[in-house]
Design a binder for this molecule. Structure first.
Ligand SMILES: C[S@@+](CC[C@H](N)C(=O)[O-])C[C@H]1O[C@@H](n2cnc3c(N)ncnc32)[C@H](O)[C@@H]1O
Length: 321
C-alpha cells in the first residue's frame, strides 16, 4: 500500500508553493508533521546553504529511500544536469524514481539526466565525477533480516562489513566501536567520484564523539566543515536505542538527550534549530545536563519520556578546492 504526501513545505521556499506529491511504502520514511523529526529537513537546510556558494550541475544521493532528497536537490540546486539516486532496495529505488520524475517541471525533464543505481554505497555508480554526493546511512550493524520494514534505514548487514587495507589502524578500530564503519566506507569510496569543486555531504547523528568524526574525514584527505547542527527527535526509538545500547561498554557510550528538556533549553537560549552558527561541540555543551547513554535512554523511553539526539550535516571537500 502506498501513502501519498505533500512535501513542498519541507523542501522550503524554493518550491514557490508548487504542489509536490510523493508516494512512500511501509519500508520508507514518511514525512512527520513536526519538521525537526525528519532527517531530510536538516538536509534541505544544508542544501540551501551550499547552493549559495556556487553552481553545481551534478548531484548523487546514496541510500535515497523515498527519493525526496533528490527531489529537493532538483529544486534547490537550480543548475542540475545530472541527478543520480541509489539504494540497496530495488523496490524503493523504482518508487523514488517516480517520485522525482512526476514532480520535475517540463524544462527539467529535458535538461536533467535522471538515473537510478541499485547497490551498496558508490559501487553501482558509473565512473564519473560528481559535484555533490549526499548520504544519510544506517549506523547499526545487524544480523536481522533487513528486507522487512524500516530496518534498512537504521541497520546494515553485518556480512557487508568492509575490509579496509589498513583495518588494524587504531582509528579504524575506534570508528568501528562507535558504529561509524559504513560512514567511513562511504567517505572512502566517494573520494574517487568527486569533481574538483565536489563535496560529500553526510547527514549524521551526533551520538558519537565529534573529534572522532572530524578525524574520520581528515584521515581520508577531506577538508571538514559542519554546515549546520540541530536537535532531532529520536524516531523509531524502540528499535534504534536497543541497537546502540548493544554496542555500549565501559569505554564507548552514545549521546542521547531528554527531548523536552533539550528543546526547552535551546528555546530559552534563543538557539535556532538547526543552527548555522553553533557547531556540534557547542550543542553538546548546552545539552550536557540532559545527556543520557543509550542504556539510560532505554530506561527513559520505558517511562514514556521521549529522547532526542544531535544531528549535523557535514561537508567534506577536496583540500585546496
Ligand atoms: C536513513 S535512510 C535515508 C533516507 C534519505 N536518503 C534521507 O536522507 O532521509 C537510509 C537509506 O540508505 C539505504 N541503505 C542502507 N545501506 C545502504 C548501502 N550500503 N548502500 C546504499 N544504500 C543503503 C537504506 O535502504 C535507506 O533507504
Amino acid at each position: 500500500m502506498l501513502h501519498t504526501q505533500s512535501v513542498g513545505s519541507i523542501i522550503g521556499p524554493k518550491t514557490e508553493n508548487r504542489e509536490l506529491l510523493i508516494d512512500t511504502n511501509v519500508n520508507m520514511y514518511s514525512i512527520k508533521d513536526d519538521l525537526t523529526s525528519n532527517w531530510i529537513y536538516f538536509a534541505f537546510k544544508a542544501f540551501e546553504k551550499i547552493s549559495t556558494s556556487g553552481s553545481y550541475t551534478s548531484f548523487a544521493t546514496v541510500g535515497t529511500g523515498n527519493g525526496l532528497d533528490a527531489l529537493g536537490a532538483s529544486i534547490i540546486f537550480s543548475d542540475l544536469e545530472k541527478l543520480y539516486l541509489s539504494d540497496l532496495d530495488a523496490e524503493a529505488l523504482n518508487l523514488s524514481y517516480q517520485n522525482v520524475y512526476r514532480n520535475l517541471l517540463d524544462h527539467q525533464r529535458k535538461k536533467i539526466q535522471l538515473k537510478i543505481f541499485c547497490g551498496s554505497l558508490m559501487k553501482p555508480y558509473p565512473d564519473e565525477k560528481i559535484d555533490i554526493i549526499y548520504a544519510n546511512l544506517p549506523n547499526i550493524p545487524s544480523d536481522l533480516d533487513l528486507s522487512e520494514g524500516m530496518l534498512s534505514a537504521s541497520f546494515y548487514a553485518h556480512k557487508n562489513i568492509f575490509k579496509f587495507t589498513d583495518s588494524n589502524s587504531s582509528l579504524i578500530k575506534e570508528l568501528q566501536s562507535y558504529l561509524l564503519e559504513l560512514a567511513y566506507a562511504f567517505l572512502y569510496q566517494a573520494r574517487h567520484y568527486l569533481s574538483q569543486r565536489g563535496k560529500v555531504l553526510l547527514n549524521l547523528g551526533g551520538r558519537v564523539p565529534g573529534d572522532l568524526v572530524q578525524s574520520m574525514f581528515e584521515s581520508l584527505g577531506y577538508q571538514f566543515n559542519e554546515v549546520l547542527c540541530g536537535f532531532k527527535f529520536q524516531t523509531e526509538a524502540d528499535l534504534v536505542i536497543p541497537g546502540y545500547a548493544k554496542y555500549e561498554n565501559q569505554a564507548v557510550t552514545f549521546d542521547f538527550y531528554l527531548y523536552h528538556e533539550a528543546v526547552e533549553v535551546l528555546k530559552k537560549n534563543s538557539i535556532p534549530n538547526p543552527s548555522f552558527e553553533l557547531d556540534s561541540k557547542d550543542f553538546k555543551k548546552i545539552l550536557e545536563p540532559f545527556r543520557l547513554t543509550a542504556h539510560e535512554a532505554l530506561v527513559e523511553i520505558g517511562k514514556q519520556n521521549p529522547v532526542g539526539h544531535i544531528c549535523y550535516v557535514i561537508e567534506g571537500s577536496r583540500k585546496n578546492s
